[in-house]
Design a protein around this ligand. Structure first.
Ligand SMILES: CC(C)(COP(=O)(O)OP(=O)(O)OC[C@H]1O[C@@H](n2cnc3c(N)ncnc32)[C@H](O)[C@@H]1OP(=O)(O)O)[C@@H](O)C(=O)NCCC(=O)NCCS
Length: 158
């Protein structure tokens, strides 16, 4: 039985290690901003006391941004449940918009977010050039060796 729990002190060490492993230190860059892993809010999906998924987000003024999302057991509803938890948290904080930035190589993320109610909002060509200035370890190619170049913004109006 899966549970979705807020990212609290119990999960913080696991989360920091996990994000460093998945995305590399010191954090995740979107729209020219470095989100430091340790400062992100989030939710953890838990099954048999083990984390099986993580979503992190950041709220500024009346806007919430999903900074990372990863499911460790795909196609079982974990990703959808984590998105729903952030939708509810955003509404509770009075946010009017939930946004997520993905990259041009991540076609499955485009599929996933659009099927969960997100709309395409903007494309930022060559945005990764700016990201690499903040985080030089971002690779040149991404999923399936697609050149990692552009950011794509999706939004859900709340
Ligand atoms: C994108 C991602 C988070 C989705 O997570 P997930 O746990 O597989 O998500 P869900 O299980 O909720 O949904 C995935 C699909 O499985 C389907 N599904 C859910 N439960 C299912 C079940 N019991 N049996 C069969 N299919 C199922 C969903 O309908 C969905 O398909 P659809 O999008 O065509 O409707 C995951 O693929 C991932 O971690 N990707 C790598 C990281 C990434 O790209 N993150 C996003 C960018 S930040």
């Amino acid at each position: 039985m899966m549970k979705i729990l807020p990212l609290n002190d119990t999960f913080r060490p696991w989360t920091n290690n996990f994000l460093d492993r998945e995305w590399g230190p010191p954090g995740i860059v979107t729209r020219g901003k470095l989100h430091e892993t340790a400062e992100l809010s989030g939710f953890v999906a838990i099954e048999n006391n083990e984390p099986i998924g993580l979503i992190t987000y950041s709220i500024e003024k009346n806007e919430c941004e999903i900074v990372s999302l990863k499911s460790l057991k795909e196609k079982r509803g974990i990703g959808s449940a984590l998105i729903e938890a952030v939708v509810q948290a955003s509404k509770t904080h009075g946010c009017q918009r939930l946004v997520v930035i993905t990259t041009n190589d991540n076609t499955s993320a485009l599929h996933f977010y659009q099927k969960r109610g997100f709309h395409l909002r903007a494309v930022y060509p060559n945005a990764l050039d700016i990201s690499r200035k903040l985080k030089p370890s971002i690779p040149i190619t991404g999923i399936d060796d697609i050149p990692l170049r552009d950011e794509i913004e999706l939004e859900m109006l709340l």
